[in-house]
Design a protein around this ligand. Sequence first.
Ligand code: HEM
Length: 232
Amino acid sequence: MPGSLHKKHPLAIRWFHWINFPVLFMMIWSGLLIYWASDVYFVGSHKLFPQSFYQAMHIVEKGDDGKFHGRLALGMGWHFSFMWLFAVNGALYVLYTAISGEWRYLLPGRQTLNEALQVVLHDLKIRKQRLPKRKFNGAQQIAYTSVVTMGFGSLLTGIAIYKPAQFAWLTSLLGGYQVCRFIHFWLTMGYCAFFVIHILQVIRAGWNNFRAMITGYELIADETLAATEGQE
Ligand code: HEM
């Protein structure tokens, strides 16, 4: 299959993306260590995470006394260290996207919702027509813009529950400590859901797409290039 290499992702975006992955992982893991110490959320009459979940995820450890202990202090230490990396990396990503003009590929427009629906129908194999050959389709634009907005939400609600006395104005502006904690927690669950779908989509899209996020270049077959010529 003859084809040619085409630039897809700028170097800076690839760095921000791959730095974000382990950093977010650390934030979620350390967040769980903190949550364990006061696991207030229930599904019906059951705790959201059963003891078996904490054990399987090594959130708790068996002490010399044979009992399971949490690691709140360790969780706080990691959480309050990595949050700076998460914030700086995220802010630089948004800044770079704004300045470089990359935001044009990412931000949803008037057609986005309709296109996202077409993408879902296409992925479910209900709709057969070819999708527009653009860097990001409507579904990707919604997913990526949402996850970046969620990141901003995590930072804001995080500050509100980190220093509720110093940032009392922010905490109360956002609805109070309990509301901020609730949003902060459920945004984390949102990242986990995003992650599962993102990985499934990356696997489905294939090696060429994944490699482009590492090398920056994607291989486009000559026939695809010819077929999409003239399209947006
Ligand atoms: C092993 C983990 C991950 C893999 C393999 C992966 C892979 C990829 C790939 C291949 C792309 C390009 C996708 C495309 O063409 O649509 C992409 C884009 C993106 N991913 Fe991930 N990803 C991972 C983790 C994450 C995480 C944890 C987040 C954030 C919570 C994330 C957020 C994004 C965003 C926002 C974009 C669009 C970037 C841009 O071009 O500005 N990814 N990812």
